[in-house]
Design a binder for this molecule. Sequence first.
Ligand code: ATP
Length: 373
Amino acid sequence: MNGTSTTQTLDIAVLPGDGIGVEVTHACLDLLRAVEPLCGAPALHFARYDAGAQFYARSGEALPERTLEACRRSQAILFGAMGWPDIRYPDGTEIIPQLDLRMALGLYAGVRPIRWFPGLPRILADERAQDIDFVLVREQTEGLFYARGRGQVLDDREAYDTMQVTRSGTQRVTEFAFRIAERRKANGRRARVTCVDKANVFASMAFFRKVFDEVAARHPEISHDYAYVDAMALTMVKKPWSLDVLVTENMFGDILSDLAAGLIGGMGMAPSSDIGDDHGLFQPAHGTAPDIAGQGKANPCAMFLSGAMMLDWLAERHGESGLSVRARLIECAIELTLSSKTAVPMEYGGNADTAAMTAAVIDALPTALRKVA
Ligand code: ATP
């Protein structure tokens, strides 16, 4: 990836994938193209690449070298969703190229912001659920997922999957979480990083916490605390408005991020990014949703918000503040659409399908421009 580019065009590798991944990616491209002329340079150039389960069924390859190379070369990766229950490798495992991309590109920080938007149905009865605004940072290159492809079943009697927690892996993801907290503090929010682990039981998790403490000592201006993962599951449901930035192991993060999305009503409002030192991949937190795929019913907002995260990340890397303005416009247009109930996603019992949600958010851009400018 050319991180020093100051050109007027930034190359974005687009991997729509399977199921609703394809549907929400196309919707997001329409939105990104609509917002671009409102804020000037730099232009984004989108190039589509094959990968995923359906492509594997056609070609025998899940993540072709050409696609991987394009991801390495591009300034950012916009990713839909991949995988399909009926299409599997000969050993029975699912096609999950996003896991391969995380390893190949060193995308160690899975960033999952969870924010309640006015207009969304409140899942929790407590009024304070309107203040939900936290970020879950999931380590993505080791933890229990280290066992993928390495697990052992001995004599059909017992099975082993080994967790890996390294000093360098824990340091870099924890540093990343503290940098997020610093940015939030600069924007007038709380600034606290919570280490989510199971340090009372596992040596690997006690080590994770030890390294976390070393990193925390380098950030005295940011407060920190700890939670066991089971207690965090309870806190997420009882008082999620008290959370700020969480950092955790890969598998714990996988589970907690779906719980977190549930707090704001469903997967269709939960964006994510996979960030490494040299590359960034942006995708909704949801999967391919085979139950609604092909029907045009998916809520595209998670993908829109992931697109906004991509714009912010590119803005910082390339010193292009206009891209951040585009991100604010997208967020504001989503807020306007949901709060005015101009379009209510089918996911929340409304009748706005993917196309109607996309049209409504694009229509809200001029109003968003007046508010943001
Ligand atoms: P994965 O294992 O890849 O996370 P999954 O099948 O466990 O996939 P999802 O594909 O995220 O999970 O779907 C979970 C549920 O949420 C499904 O009922 C799906 O229809 C719903 N869902 C997911 N994304 C959306 C969306 N954007 N709009 C509406 N419903 C969605």
